[in-house]
Write a protein of this length. Sequence first.
Length: 226
Amino acid sequence: MIETLATMAKWAPLILSGFLFNLLVSLLAMALGTMMGTALGLAQVSLSAALRRLAWAITQFFRNAPWLVLLFYCMLLLPFEMPIGQAIVPLPAWLKATFGLSLAVMANVSELVRGAVLSIPSGQWESSEALAFSRRQTLWMIILPQCVKRMLPPWMNLYAILVVGTALASIVGVNEAMTLTGDVLAAESRTELLVPMYLYLLLWFFAYCYPIARATVALERRFQVR
């Protein structure tokens, strides 16, 4: 038992660094996916029927695609390097995995935005028209600020799911926490470390995601429409 704890303590900083890398991937994927998803969600409520149908199709495609399949496609289809001007910029595996995860986030955020905009009473639009606001002004100055409160709890829940989903990146060759834990087990070649090592990693995910889940519940109660 003491020897197992000593071994875990030796490798704990390495596994923690891998977990922090998971968090970096999740933050980048969430930021990129939120930006793309917001634009796609607004396109779903556009006055243009063609744009609405296209945005709906893109949303449904990526929303119902398995995350692991999206990761594999991004790893296989995206180039290893990209020319930008006179420079050749490499695209590492973790960056391609981040983009793959952001596609899933994009589709879910698109639905959040669409649902939030449609949940605003139509009287808000009518009042804005009476005050000579353009549709764009109404959307950005009146509708979207009200949507933020409605979207925040499910957006946070989506982020917690994304953090857990970053472990899928280990399957496509990204050196994150799951990969490093497997490397540690291979280096030690001790079967008794299997459960403690993965439990240690699980506790890090739990310690990060559980407060987000509790905050989501609190915000849902605070912002619920009465």
